[in-house]
Design a protein around this ligand. Structure first.
Ligand SMILES: NC(=O)c1ccc[n+]([C@@H]2O[C@H](COP(=O)([O-])OP(=O)(O)OC[C@H]3O[C@@H](n4cnc5c(N)ncnc54)[C@H](OP(=O)(O)O)[C@@H]3O)[C@@H](O)[C@H]2O)c1
Length: 246
């Protein structure tokens, strides 16, 4: 990754931060976004002064559409983007509100789409773009309906935009994680006892009987962002410990 400049949205915690750290260790210049002042500041401490940590809210259309101009202020070229920022709010259908719907689609789908649109002028030819979807895009899990629909939309965007943007040298792939131990599980809206039950259930659903780690996903993101995957395009690659096979 030497001499490459890579943007990671939602790079302040979990999978995004692990990817930023891995790419940085391999010589990349990393730029990460987030919106929570506490996690932004923790990411600045974790990544050090060579990384650029930017406050940018994927849910705010104006922020998403401005990300290209923000990046241009700091670098003339972007070799890769990991569109990773995402939120999940789980619950039975009766408990879901239009706000849940708009919040999840706002970050996971609209934010991703308009961030990429805004970044087109700064992406180099060739460049690599990776979307973070989820295995739930193709599996039926209870109480995850809206979140799963957002991720199915991400998988679909990954296919159509890979075709549309290939002539511009932009190589898009999607990765779909299964259960990965990150702070997202503290934000799903479960009471503590239900959360433990959910986590145990998720782990038992995998062939490997455990959660994956952020670092395991980071290695796949690194591969898809690097020239090692130069002939892979328009794919959706699952990293789920075998959840789909149980
Ligand atoms: N963990 C899993 O089991 C799993 C499985 C499949 C897919 N995924 C996907 O993986 C991605 C990363 O999730 P994670 O598990 O690493 O969770 P995480 O630790 O909660 O990370 C989410 C990241 O996205 C950022 N983010 C959230 N909303 C944002 C917004 N409106 N604007 C800017 N940044 C925002 C967060 O920053 P703040 O701290 O500022 O909010 C954080 O950096 C998500 O797209 C998630 O859906 C996760």
């Amino acid at each position: 990754m030497k001499n490459k400049t890579i943007l990671i949205t939602g790079g302040t915690t979990g999978i995004g931060l692990a990817t930023a750290q891995l790419l940085q260790a391999e010589g990349a210049q990393v730029i990460v976004t987030g919106r929570n002042p506490e996690t932004l500041s923790a990411a600045r401490a974790a990544l050090g002064s060579s990384a650029l940590v930017i406050s940018s809210d994927s849910a705010a259309l104006a922020d998403a559409q401005a990300i290209g101009d923000v990046i241009k202020k700091h670098t003339t070229k972007l070799d890769g983007v990991f569109l990773n920022a995402g939120i999940g709010q789980f619950g039975p259908m009766e408990a879901m509100t239009p706000k849940h719907f708009d919040d999840m689609f706002g970050v996971n789908v609209r934010g991703l789409y308009f961030q990429l649109q805004s970044l087109l002028p700064v992406l180099t030819n060739p460049s690599a773009v990776v979307f973070n979807a989820s295995v739930v895009a193709e599996l039926g899990f209870p109480e995850t309906s809206i979140y799963s629909a957002t991720k199915a939309a991400v998988v679909s965007l990954g296919k159509s935009l890979a075709v549309e943007l290939a002539p511009r040298g932009i190589r898009i792939n999607t990765l779909s994680p299964g259960p990965i131990k990150t702070p997202i599980y503290n934000k799903l809206g479960f009471p503590a006892d239900a959360q433990k039950g959910f986590e145990d259930h998720m782990a038992s659903q995998s062939l490997l009987k455990r959660f994956g780690t952020s670092n395991e996903v980071a290695k796949l993101a690194r591969f898809l962002l690097s020239d090692d995957s130069s002939y892979i395009i328009g794919e959706n690659i699952t990293i789920d410990g075998g959840v789909r096979h149980t």
